[in-house]
Design a binder for this molecule. Structure first.
Ligand code: 13P
Ligand code: SF4
Length: 301
């Protein structure tokens, strides 16, 4: 075992810390984490942690969600500048403006939003539960933000609701094209094509399944297929291969990388555990209002 891995394991015990990591983290981080998951699984896990420290290997909105749900823990974000460009596409003032324009609408925010935006949201959702949340909101009109492709997916699944879509997108998922998909079908006719709902509509419409990252893991375990084409950030492929050694996984077209997810390194994780630095702090009032929208999501599903 590498010295740095040993050091992190010792620090974890000494500091009473738990390491949570998203499915897109580099393999070394996924392998050392206590729990690896998608946004919903990580939020639920963070809520029940009773260790003193949560080291969150992911991007800022995920660490903020952990803090919102479990405010008595010290939540550390090893790569302190790891943001999510999609989350940055919704600013609180613009959301308030939109609310004024549609006073009867419910605001449903993807969990990929800042704590501030969550504080003016009625209910949050993740890629794995967006359609269920929308079905259950007690309003016909919904302001859905910030990802328009996830919005497309939900609108298709729930045509009875009127969704007002935000003009946001994930630059990583937007890179997968219909051309990539056609080529993959030709090359691997027996493969299942699994894509994330942040992909463009034409990619979603021509895939076999549109799933969250953990939804893809579940499908890969359950399916009879031996080959899978994966339309999401390349980090997930490490976990898919590790958990399904008898199956093959290929990226849809070229591997696509979320640079912010890749900022977390073993060195940064070690340093932030050692010095208890990079702590997530949020204003009390924002945290309380944001908690209502995240807890509402957990009640709705
Ligand atoms: P998941 O919740 O499906 O893991 O997605 C998170 C994300 O950031 C996708 O880009
Ligand atoms: Fe944000 Fe896209 Fe990276 Fe997910 S993959 S964290 S949505 S930029």
């Amino acid at each position: 075992m590498d010295d740095i891995v040993k050091e992190i394991i010792m620090l974890k015990q000494e500091k009473d810390a738990v390491i949570l990591a998203h499915n897109y983290q580099i393999p070394a981080i996924q392998d050392i984490a206590d729990f690896v998951g998608d946004s919903l699984e990580l939020a639920k896990k963070a809520r029940e942690v009773d260790s003193s420290i949560v080291a969150f290997c992911g991007v800022r909105f995920m660490a903020e969600t952990a803090k919102i749900l479990n405010p008595d823990r010290k939540v550390l974000l090893p790569a302190f500048n790891a943001g999510c460009p999609l989350a940055d596409m919704a600013k609180i003032d613009d959301v308030l403006e939109m609310k004024k324009r549609y006073p009867d609408a419910y605001v449903v925010s993807y969990i990929n939003t800042s704590a501030e935006v969550k504080s003016v949201t009625d209910v949050c959702c993740t890629s794995s539960n967006a359609a269920t949340v929308i079905r259950n909101v007690p309003a016909e009109t919904v302001i859905f933000l910030p990802d328009k492709n996830l919005g497309y997916f939900v609108q298709k699944a729930k045509p009875e609701k009127k969704l007002i879509l935000w003009d946001g997108y994930c630059y990583v998922h937007r890179m997968f094209t219909l051309e990539d998909l056609k080529k993959a079908r030709e090359k691997y006719p027996a493969a299942e094509i699994l894509v994330h709902p942040e992909c463009n509509p034409e990619v979603q419409d021509n895939a076999d399944f549109v799933l969250s990252t953990s939804g893809m893991l579940k499908r890969a375990h359950a399916s009879e297929a031996k080959t899978f084409i994966i339309g999401t950030e390349e980090g997930l492929i490490h976990r898919l291969k590790k958990e399904n050694p008898d199956k093959e996984f290929f990226s849809l077209g070229a591997s696509r990388v979320c640079f912010n997810m890749k900022k977390t390194t073993l060195e940064l994780l070690r340093d932030c555990l050692k010095n208890e630095t990079n702590e997530i702090t949020l204003p009390q009032d924002i945290m309380e209002k944001a908690r209502n929208s995240v807890e509402a999501m957990i009640r709705y599903i």
